[in-house]
Design a protein around this ligand. Structure first.
Ligand SMILES: *[C@@H]1O[C@H](CO)[C@@H](O)[C@H](O)[C@H]1NC(C)=O
Length: 215
């Protein structure tokens, strides 16, 4: 019996590692070459001998994002686009600013688990499990608290304090991707036929067209 459990355990462990983040690196680093025309999964490497400290560097996360927008939040990304040295390393960072009552609307990262810590203020955070339960797992968190959003699951945050909120989050991909539910479903280009959305959301097409006009 025991060997079967060991094999099962090994399979579970290896599979979860393989699915949880970007593929592991086969070299010290692979600084993204912005000039390369080669298409690979990720970015092509520049000559490692030409790598510089600045390839692994970003400055500016002390600066607040501009939250003057309809949702009242701003994400400042620090991923492979900002730091070419992150290529193949399976990790990135964001700063998120929230105005009072600001939200980071329901969204999902197709390629990353997110671990978020509050630097200043108080957030209501939550994520929803997949079908069939669709259970909302939610909590009020404050300065110094840490919360995890598992890969692929729809999640959100809301500023529930009196002042601004600042949060920093790390993500398990050099390029986590963001799918904001409202924007993708109601703001796609071209639009998803409104009768499909009307039946999906169990409302009339007039309501769908009204929402589509906002995106
Ligand atoms: C913030 O964004 C708003 C809306 O786009 C813009 O009007 C305003 O000038 C921006 N503020 C700063 C400080 O950049």
């Amino acid at each position: 019996m025991a060997p079967h459990y060991l094999l099962l355990g090994f399979l579970v462990a290896t599979c979860s590692v393989a699915l949880a983040s970007d593929p592991s690196s086969l070299q010290d680093f692979c600084v993204a070459d912005p000039k390369s025309l080669v298409l690979v999964n990720g970015r092509a490497c520049k000559d490692p001998k030409l790598a510089q400290a600045n390839d692994f560097f970003f400055s500016g996360l002390h600066l607040a994002g501009n939250t003057s927008n309809p949702v009242g939040s701003q994400v400042t990304p620090v991923n492979v686009v900002q730091i070419p040295g992150l290529n193949t390393l399976g990790i990135s960072l964001v700063r998120i600013d929230y105005a009072p009552l600001g939200i980071n609307p329901p969204h999902t990262h197709p390629r990353a688990t997110e671990i978020l810590t509050v630097i200043e203020g108080t957030l209501e955070v939550g994520f929803v499990t997949s079908n069939p339960e669709n259970r909302l797992i939610t909590k009020k968190i404050q300065k110094g608290d840490v919360f995890v959003f598992p890969i692929g699951l729809i999640h959100f945050q809301r500023n529930v304090g009196n002042g601004n909120v600042v949060a920093i989050a790390a993500l398990s991909s050099q390029n986590p991707g963001v799918i904001t539910i409202a924007n993708t479903v109601f703001g796609s280009n071209p639009a998803i036929p409104s009768d499909i959305l009307a039946k999906s959301f169990q409302v009339d097409t007039k309501t769908v067209k009204m929402i589509q006009s906002k995106f």
